[in-house]
Structure formats: C-alpha cells, structure tokens
Design a protein around this ligand. Structure first.
Ligand code: HSE
Length: 309
C-alpha cells in the first residue's frame, strides 16, 4: 500500500469515577487520517481540517506519535498526513488521542513488518502526552483498540477490556466552550484524603461489576466522581442543570466526558434520550450558548481502515 485512510473513534474518558483509568470508544464519532508514503524521509502535515492547529510536525500529536513508532523500528521513511477533525480539540472527546492513535495505526499499516495493534499503544501515548502534558491512556487506548478499557498500571503499561454496554444510548452534550486538558488537569487535587479515595475506588469497583452483570441502577450510582467533577464542573456552563434534566429522564449515568466541556449521559430508552436532548438544548439556547449533540453508543471498534491503495 502507498496510501491509507483510517478512522479513529472519539472516546469518553474517566466515565465519572475512573480518572485517568477508564474510557470507552464511541460509535460513529471519529477523526479521519489519510497517510501516504513520501519519497524522502520527512513527516509532513499537509492539512488539518476542522481545527486551527499547527502544521509543525514537532508540535502535532499525530507526527510525534508516528515518529515514536519509526524511531522504535529505526526506519527512515517519510509520510504525508491529512487529518480531518469531525469533533473539535478541547471538546473532551479525546481529539488529540484520536489523532495520535490514528496516525500510529495508519503508519504501521504502511510499514513492511507491522506491529499488532495492541503493541502500538506506547507510541500513540507519546503523541497524547505531548498534547496533555502528561501520560494518560484512557482516551488513546479505547481510540486505538475500541471497547471499554481499564488502565491498571502506567509503569509498566497494563490494561484490559471490560464488556461494553452496547445496549445503552450515549448522548454527548457539547457546549461550545473550550477546555484544555492540560489546564483542566491543573485544577484536579494533587492529593486525596482516605475517605474520598475510599468512596472513589468503591465506585470504580462497583462500575466494573455493573458492566459485567448489566445492572444499570448500580452503574448510575457508581459513575459518581469525588475527584475531578467537583472542581471541573465550574468550567462547564449549566452543568448541574443539564445533569438534573438527564436524571429526570431516567439517565443511568451522567458526568463530564474526559476533561470536558462535553458531558455524557447514558440511557436505556431512546425516547428518554431524545426528550433529555430537547430539554438540554432548550436550556443552552435560553442562555445563548451554542451546544452540539452526538447520539452514539459504546463501541468495540477502534482504529480501522477505510481505504488503502
Ligand atoms: N483522564 C483525562 C483527564 C482525560 O481527565 O484529564 C482527558 O480527556
């Protein structure tokens, strides 16, 4: 192959109680990355559509991640990158992670002896770390691999997949304010008292059980976050009001998606999701805040090839 087009899904990280630890891939919300071989050994960002980002390869997550993979192989090869962002950076849907995962996945497919997709995570993580100024894999792992991923350990990197709740409807609510992950990380407490930590790990264990046994009332109770949500919700306009509306419509889990400002709401009944979406839309319209929505589901699909030639 000389050229490849891949899709890298958007992701919901943290999922309430799992700060930097859990995340899932979304269905139908993705970034498109086209990578083509060059005759020289340069990595060139030809275009980034849908976001105002630097085309400097040393300042972009996609090329930084791709370079990490090429360095690992010791290969001198050049590639052109064309990125189409269908969801904006700073949305809380893991835009930088999708770029990093998609770029590494695409370049790997064009190499003579590609690695397995599961072996690509450390390289994608290099790109993501540049964007958010710290290593966190809860977006990049589900974008690369699909599914609902738990990061057990960063050193050594160890992760595993949970069963996805593919029968749940996932509503993404994205008010049009930008929250930079690096800044949102800065306001999360650096230390915890034992009572808070106990509440949090109780919820995380409970969420994992809820996904296995498909106990949605347990899922709803478990998603509560004692660490990031209390400080980050102030960055999101009308967060509490939106949460109340979702819960009034039998939502089985609501919280901040990643570092925000997007929020996710989980529903068993599609009709309830539609009603909640309408009321949340009216809430933001009344305040003069533009708000987008994605109707999605959890998905086992990670990065995937759309076209190769
Ligand atoms: N776990 C990361 C954070 C996700 O909450 O900062 C960023 O999208």
């Amino acid at each position: 192959m000389e050229s490849i087009k891949v899709h890298a899904p958007a992701t919901v990280a943290n999922v309430g109680c799992g700060y930097d630890t859990i995340g899932f891939a979304l269905d139908g919300v993705y970034e498109e990355i086209i990578v083509s071989k060059r005759s020289d050994d340069r990595l060139v960002l030809q275009a980034i559509e849908g976001a105002d980002l630097s085309l400097d390869p040393e300042q972009n997550v996609a090329t930084i991640a791709a370079k990490a993979l090429l360095d690992y192989f010791g290969i001198k090869a050049g590639f052109d990158f064309h990125i189409k962002k269908f969801f904006k950076p700073g949305s809380g849907l893991g835009s930088s992670a999708s770029s990093a995962a998609g770029a590494v996945y695409a370049v790997n497919q064009l190499l003579p002896n590609p690695l397995k997709t599961s072996e690509l995570l450390p390289f994608a993580l290099e790109g993501e770390a540049f964007a958010s100024k710290c290593y966190h894999a809860d977006n990049v792992a589900p974008s690369l691999l699909g599914g609902f991923i738990v990061i057990r350990s960063y050193d050594p990197l160890d992760y595993f997949a949970l069963p996805i709740a593919d029968e749940l409807h996932v509503l993404i609510v994205r008010p049009s304010v930008e929250v930079k992950t690096s800044e949102a990380k800065g306001i999360v407490p650096k230390s915890l008292d034992i009572a808070t930590a106990r509440n949090q790990w109780g919820n995380l264990a409970s969420l994992i059980h809820a996904l296995h046994v498909k106990d949605w009332s347990r899922l709803k109770a478990s998603i509560e976050d004692f660490i990031a949500e209390p400080v980050r919700k102030s960055l999101i306009p009308d967060y509490e009001e939106a949460k109340v509306i979702a819960h009034d419509h039998e939502c089985v889990g609501f919280n901040i998606s990643g570092s925000g400002p997007s929020m996710f709401a989980l529903f068993i009944q599609m009709e309830q999701m539609i009603k909640a979406k309408k009321e949340i839309s009216d809430l933001y319209a009344k305040k003069g805040i533009i708000c987008d929505f994605f109707e999605s589901r959890m998905s086992n699909q990670g990065c995937n090839v759309i076209e190769g030639k």
